[in-house]
Design a protein around this ligand. Structure first.
Ligand SMILES: Nc1ncnc2c1ncn2[C@@H]1O[C@H](COP(=O)(O)OP(=O)(O)O)[C@@H](O)[C@H]1O
Ligand SMILES: [Mg+2]
Length: 174
């Protein structure tokens, strides 16, 4: 699914709608894109949608992992893989302990450690398609049944509440 964001607020709002589409038993979200793409801003919007004060959400580049208890008993874990050299370092940071029912995991730069990640996940790639400073393109792909259900629900909320039809990704040659 492809979605165009025209402002920081729109990215946060879109992330809030994803928060409202997540299952009760948790899900893994992988955010990729260059520095300044909007991964941490997306994490703030997701956290806000889950009832966490977005001011409390900062880039966990140095902490590697920040965890938040949600009012409904779930947990949100926000990780930043930027400074990690290997999947082994990700595991040393306690990643395996997060893979329990009821934990929503959002990992920035997680695409660097795909082999170490659970298969059922949503990957969201954020890019800047042109020179417009506030334009971002979000391409989201689900792998696995839980992720696919959440992505479908997110897509329909984006259409319904933001009123912009998400585009289908362009066909890739070959
Ligand atoms: N449409 C947009 N969506 C997200 N961020 C945007 C957008 N337009 C401008 N920005 C700015 O881009 C920056 C994104 O920073 P950040 O979320 O920390 O990026 P990352 O975590 O990917 O390095 C913020 O300063 C934000 O205000
Ligand atoms: Mg960041």
């Amino acid at each position: 699914m492809r979605f165009h964001s025209r402002s920081p607020d729109a990215t946060q709002a879109a992330a809030g709608l994803l928060a409202a589409s997540l299952p009760g038993d948790g899900l893994l979200l992988v955010l990729s894109g260059p520095l300044g793409a909007g991964k941490t801003l997306f994490a703030k919007g997701l956290a806000e949608g889950l009832g966490v004060d977005p001011e409390a959400v900062t880039s966990p580049t140095f902490a590697i992992c920040s965890e938040y208890d949600l009012a409904d008993g779930r947990r949100l874990a926000h990780l930043d893989g930027y400074r990690l050299e290997s999947a082994a370092e990700l595991e040393s940071a306690g990643f395996l302990d997060l893979l329990v029912t009821g934990t929503i995991i959002l990992i920035e730069w997680g695409e660097r450690f795909r082999d170490a990640l659970p298969a059922d996940r949503i990957e969201i790639q954020i890019s800047r398609p042109d020179e417009t400073p506030t334009h971002r393109r979000l391409d989201a792909v689900a792998s696995g049944p839980t992720a696919a259900r959440a992505l479908a629900e997110w897509g329909s909320k984006l259409v319904g509440e933001i009123g912009r039809q998400p585009e289908l990704p362009e066909e890739k040659d070959g």
